[in-house]
Design a protein around this ligand. Structure first.
Ligand SMILES: Cc1cc2nc3c(=O)[nH]c(=O)nc-3n(C[C@H](O)[C@H](O)[C@H](O)COP(=O)(O)O)c2cc1C
Length: 175
């Protein structure tokens, strides 16, 4: 692209995964606004192949946190939003649509000063158990949840996950 570098749209590019939270509860008004942002996500043929299970119960959050190798932050957050998707109705678009909803939930949280992070449930048996815990039945299935809370600083130390992003030059081709 033959344009000089421009600053990113910082309201969006400043979104980071937050895995550490204070003890402050998430108010119902903020939670409502986050969920509304998810509800208004666009989807293929407007099928809206998602449902959101709000989990505040500590015991359920702790059990969910053991259903993925990197899901520990679900126990640390005061609220977890479990995403259920319907791949029967939504077909191959369902997970794309659910990902868009997740991003809208995360961005709304970010705009409100809250932090969030996805967690993946795996292997498949763990995803099934997450669905059972959240009383999600077929055709709805669960693969992912979001932690949500007031962000706290992460402990110092190196993370195994690389940070930053690839440059646009590595991502974009033009024809
Ligand atoms: C589909 C998906 C699954 C993810 N699963 C996990 C997870 O299980 N545990 C976790 O801590 N982070 C998870 N993440 C968060 C990523 O690690 C995070 O988006 C990435 O490291 C970039 O983080 P940053 O925006 O803070 O740079 C997941 C993200 C996506 C999009």
């Amino acid at each position: 692209m033959d344009v000089p570098p421009r600053p990113p749209v910082s309201a969006l590019s400043s979104l980071r995964a937050r895995r550490w939270f204070t003890d402050e509860p998430v108010g119902d008004a903020d939670l409502y606004r986050v969920l509304e942002a998810g509800r208004w996500t666009g989807s293929a043929r407007n099928r809206q192949p998602w449902r959101f299970v709000v989990v505040r119960d500590r015991g359920v959050r702790e059990e969910l946190s053991r259903l993925g190798a990197y899901a520990g932050h679900l126990a640390a957050a005061p609220v977890v939003i479990v995403l259920a998707a319907d791949e029967d109705t939504g077909g191959e678009d369902a997970q794309f649509d659910a990902g868009r909803a997740a991003q809208n939930l995360m961005l709304a949280a970010h705009f409100l000063g809250l932090g969030s992070c996805p967690a993946s449930f795996f292997p498949a048996g763990n995803a099934d158990r997450a669905g059972e815990l959240c009383r999600v039945t077929r055709p709805w299935t669960v693969r992912t949840a979001l932690s949500l809370g007031h962000p706290a600083p992460a402990p110092t130390g190196r993370s195994a996950i690389p940070t930053g992003r690839l440059p646009l030059a590595d991502l974009v081709t033009e024809i």
